[in-house]
Design a protein. Structure first.
Length: 201
């Protein structure tokens, strides 16, 4: 598996299914790479094989799930403990689930990519990371907001957020993709040496 991370490439991607994006989220969906994460999500999911399983943890309004679903041979399972109305913007290769994704151990082990965007307190993320190792997850993990708790460039620390502690806890190959993803921090973790070559432009 090879990746070339280049904002010129990302910013020239066509993000489809804009009609499915909630109105007040469309500005974020269309933002440039390095501001919001959706172009990066589309790019990474498109670089993977066809007919894979992707898990999106933290559905909210479904924007991440939609950006991950461009390759319609792939299935996106998106999880949240509460329904925020995302099911109203469904498409054929997105399955919405209101439950704890850790209950789906077999699906986790079959997944090629997991997106984690939940509490941002660091503690729950560490617990999930350890569970993924326990469940023998062998894919890629994409993390949103890895710099919450250390946001001096954005005006100071945000009390109660400790994602930088979680990021430093990770002991597997990892890359900070903030330049290409979300301004609050985007990280990529490889659980099984899937990535053979990675280039940053």
């Amino acid at each position: 598996m090879n990746f070339i991370f280049d904002n010129d490439i990302l910013n020239n991607l066509d993000l489809d299914f804009k009609n499915l994006i909630q109105d007040d989220c469309k500005i974020y969906y269309n933002n440039l790479a390095g501001v919001n994460e959706y172009r990066l999500y589309k790019y990474i999911s498109d670089q993977l094989s066809d007919n894979i399983i992707i898990l999106d943890i933290g559905t909210y309004y479904g924007t991440s799930a939609i950006s991950l679903s461009h390759n319609e041979t792939n299935m996106v399972y998106t999880y949240d403990i509460k329904d925020f109305g995302a099911k109203d913007r469904s498409k054929k290769n997105i399955i919405f689930l209101n439950k704890n994704f850790l209950e789906d151990k077999e699906l986790i082990s079959e997944s090629a990519l997991i997106i984690l965007d939940i509490k941002h307190n660091g503690k729950e993320e560490i617990e999930i990371y350890d569970k993924l190792k326990e469940y023998n997850f062998k894919g890629l993990l994409l993390l949103d907001d890895i710099h919450f708790g250390n946001l001096e460039p954005l005006g100071g620390k945000i009390q109660g957020y400790n994602m930088n502690i979680f990021w430093n806890y990770i002991d597997l190959p990892k890359w900070d993709l903030t330049k290409y993803g979300h301004v609050t921090g985007t990280g990529l973790v490889d659980f099984n040496n899937n990535i053979k070559n990675i280039t940053f432009n």
